[in-house]
Design a protein around this ligand. Structure first.
Ligand code: SAH
Length: 338
């Protein structure tokens, strides 16, 4: 049986491969959770190990060199798989890791992590669970503290391409979704330009999940039917503030702590009412999540007083007060007597 897809988890696999492809093929097989991996790079060496194997793995294009081995395996009823060069070559997967909680990572993201040879990570997302998610991988921390870019974006892209060119499965783990203020598309472009296969695993973006974790729905029927997500990394320009103030709906600001004063004062100046409810949600979905409620007029001072810090999502709009409105709901008393 050649080329068939087998579940290799828990199997003893004999890999017979030429030295040039053996390392990558072994990494691929280990990522399939094989129990024991036996290796040989000559036909004679492999024949001596064949009796111990549940499955024989060969690399595409090497069947002539290992023809006698293959025939012997088939005679003994040992399944033979042929590894496709596509499975062995380097590739890059951009993984959206969600907002931080381990169980907000998708199954697809966890699968990609489990087969990674190298993981590039930063300070956002489920970084504290790397040991669990990718115990086999080399971890490269390219973490960026706001204002302090430890490794430049160009350098990150070069390093990822170098690792993939060596035949590694490179995972770039990002907080939230790779395409939401995550520079994901630049990384896809650079991999494509270098001819390296690249795929993207979408993630749960903090712009929705972090407010939600604090009980704030970004839309609510009868309250708002739109939400706008903006980056506060650079101060908003006057015309942007004017448009935003008139737009209505919920405004969600990411990377907005450094420009909070500018944004709130600007929106007030452009006509947004001062008692518009607002909230800052820090470290959403993690053990240190905290919410600070205020109004547009008081948000900057409330943030200073509470010592709010990154990472934080800022929510501006009527929905920000909805969790507070629940306090006004009287719980039904059961079994009350008159
Ligand atoms: N790609 C990410 C956003 C990257 S920009 C996503 O889709 O979520 C980084 C900003 O995301 C931070 O400055 C902060 O505003 C926000 N952020 C990410 N994770 C967060 C978390 N757990 N709690 C609060 N804010 C978070």
């Amino acid at each position: 049986m050649i080329g068939a897809r087998l579940d290799l988890a828990g199997c003893t696999v004999l890999l017979a491969a030429k030295p040039g492809s053996a390392e990558r093929a072994a990494r691929y097989l280990q990522a399939q959770f094989v129990d024991t991996l036996l290796q040989a790079n000559t036909c004679t060496g492999a024949l001596a190990l064949l009796a111990q194997a549940d499955v024989l793995a060969l690399c595409a294009g090497q069947s002539l060199k290992f023809a006698a081995l293959r025939d012997q395996a088939l005679r003994q009823g040992i399944p033979v798989i042929e590894l496709d060069p596509g499975e062995l070559g380097g590739r890059i997967t951009l993984v959206g890791g969600g907002p931080g909680a381990l169980d907000l990572l998708t199954l697809r993201a966890a699968t990609a992590m489990a087969s990674a040879d190298v993981v590039f990570c930063d300070r956002l997302g489920p970084g504290e669970f790397l040991e669990q998610l990718a115990p086999q991988a080399r971890i490269i921390d390219v973490g960026k503290q706001p204002g302090h870019h430890k490794v430049t974006q160009d350098r990150i892209e070069d390093l990822m391409l170098e690792e993939a060119a060596r035949g590694n499965h490179v995972v770039r783990l990002k907080g939230g979704d790779p395409y939401v203020f995550g520079r994901g598309f630049e990384e896809v472009e650079s991999a494509t330009a270098a001819g390296i296969p690249v795929s993207v695993v979408p993630g749960l973006s903090s712009c929705i999940t972090v407010p939600s974790a604090a009980g704030i729905p970004v839309t609510a029927r009868g309250v708002t039917r739109a939400f706008t997500v903006i980056s506060g990394h650079d101060p908003l320009e006057e015309h942007q503030l004017q448009q935003l103030a008139k737009l209505g709906g919920t405004v969600v600001v990411l990377m907005g702590m450094g420009t909070l004063e500018h944004t709130t004062a600007g929106l007030r100046r452009c006509g947004m009412v001062g008692d518009t409810p607002c909230a800052i949600v820090e470290s959403g979905t993690t053990g240190t999540q905290r919410t600070t409620h205020a109004t547009l007029s008081t948000l900057a001072s409330a943030s200073r007083a509470a010592g709010c810090a990154n990472p934080a999502v800022i929510v501006i709009g009527e929905v920000a007060a909805l969790p507070l409105s629940l306090d006004a709901v009287q719980p039904m008393s059961l079994g009350a007597t008159a």
